[in-house]
Design a binder for this molecule. Structure first.
Ligand code: SAM
Length: 222
């Protein structure tokens, strides 16, 4: 396969297009030293999320799945001064590393991490005054993708952007015999989208330093 050339091209673009810097690099270093799995988005993908946030002019962002806060900081950098991001993370350890990284990036005033299983914290958002978001990034445990999509729609308004990461899984998403829980969860989520009239969506396949994967992108209808 072409994985070597995919990696070379990814690195070529991140070297030339400022998709990394000292702060972003230090987050990856801290994550590695803390023993977190290297399953964050890549630098080019992080910059894409940053650009998408600016394109949308998003002020209120919800992220499901923080890890060490790498994607979180990309979003946080794109937010205006009065913007706000809530990130949901199951692991206390991951959240602690992320909080430190967010502080080092100078973004703690814009970002709040809620610790616990996302299916427990999502139902508390409305009561805390966060009833809708401009952009929602789903990147946690993939078997729960159908529930996360339902929650994302519940917390949306016309024009809300919803992104679901890692939906291709090396091509396994197209295998209707797969019993892999992540593939099954993602296929159930895509099934829901195929019947959902409230949102317009597409899916884009990606290659690069993170291998062969992709994301679903949608906008809630006016
Ligand atoms: N968005 C991050 C980034 O790009 O830097 C990567 C997130 S990583 C793929 C998925 C994260 O979701 C992990 O930190 C994991 O602990 C968390 N997670 C797994 N199950 C969860 C759950 N039920 N609720 C909340 N977070 C969960």
């Amino acid at each position: 396969n072409n994985s070597k050339v995919w990696e070379d091209v990814d690195i070529y673009f991140s070297d030339h297009l400022k998709t990394s810097d000292i702060v972003m690099d230090s987050i990856l270093k801290e994550n590695l030293e803390a023993g977190l799995p290297a399953i964050d988005v890549s630098p080019n993908q992080g910059k894409f999320l940053y650009l998408l946030t600016k394109l949308k002019g998003a002020k209120h962002i919800l992220e499901i799945g923080t890890l060490g806060g790498y994607s979180t900081v990309w979003f946080g950098r794109a937010l205006p001064n009065d913007g706000h991001l809530i990130s949901l993370e199951y692991s206390q350890k991951h959240a602690k590393v992320a909080e430190e990284n967010i502080r080092n990036a100078g973004l703690e005033h814009k970002i709040e991490i809620m610790i616990g299983p996302a299916l427990d914290t999502l139902p508390t958002l409305k009561g805390k005054g966060f009833s809708t978001f401009d952009l929602i990034f789903i990147d946690a445990d993939k078997p729960n993708n159908p529930s996360y999509l339902k929650w994302a729609l519940e917390l949306s308004k016309p024009g809300t952007v919803i992104i679901v990461d890692n939906v291709v899984r090396n091509g396994r998403v197209a295998d209707d015999n797969s019993e892999e829980p992540s593939v099954v969860g993602t296929r159930q989520m895509v099934e829901l989208l195929s019947k959902e009239s409230r949102i317009e969506t597409t899916a884009i396949q990606t290659v690069g330093i993170k291998g062969y994967d992709g994301f679903v992108l949608g906008i809630v209808k006016e």
